[in-house]
Design a protein around this ligand. Sequence first.
Ligand SMILES: *[C@@H]1O[C@H](CO)[C@@H](O)[C@H](O)[C@H]1NC(C)=O
Ligand SMILES: *[C@@H]1O[C@H](CO)[C@@H](O)[C@H](O)[C@H]1NC(C)=O
Length: 179
Amino acid sequence: MMKIFLFLLPLLITFSHLSPAAGATKLGTEKLSHFRFYWHDIISGPNPTCVNILPPAATNKTVPTGFGMVNMIDDPLTEKPESGSKLLGRAQGFYGVASQEEVGLLMAMNFVFLTGKYNGSTLTVLGRNPVFHKVREMPVIGGSGLFRFARGYVEASTHSFDIKTGDAVVEYNVHVLHY
Ligand SMILES: *[C@@H]1O[C@H](CO)[C@@H](O)[C@H](O)[C@H]1NC(C)=O
Ligand SMILES: *[C@@H]1O[C@H](CO)[C@@H](O)[C@H](O)[C@H]1NC(C)=O
């Protein structure tokens, strides 16, 4: 133990002499927040919030999952599952079918919040979403504004899915550590 300390001592002294150019910032107390909202992926109708930008891979005869397809989204996030419910923010990004075995999406999206103290703050989700599983967990890999240094996870579960139109409402439970 002592040996390790003696080895580190010169390093510690070196670093204590470095003065950060912009000064040191003290972080507040880290807290764990939980948010629940509903994500509306609307493909049908005159105002879709989800548009296809890449078709399925040309191999789609043998890969029925739609492997390779990519959609861009600007989906409303609301307080309740109904479409007229209070808008809390938007999910902007894209998802693609990244699995040949099942409908497993790669999701890359930013939640941008539009109300209250979180107005303008964002959280970034990047993860795997096998849409026909009951609960899908995806990492929150960062954030901005009040969510600087954020990390955590979301749990997504489908509230409703219209097989004819492809429109979906998904409940998101977000658990995030931030300052
Ligand atoms: C793949 O599927 C799309 C839409 O379902 C279809 O338009 C296209 O012709 C298919 N491609 C091949 C190579 O089968
Ligand atoms: C959120 O912030 C934007 C830009 O600062 C502002 O225009 C808007 O009124 C704010 N919305 C709410 C609900 O506070």
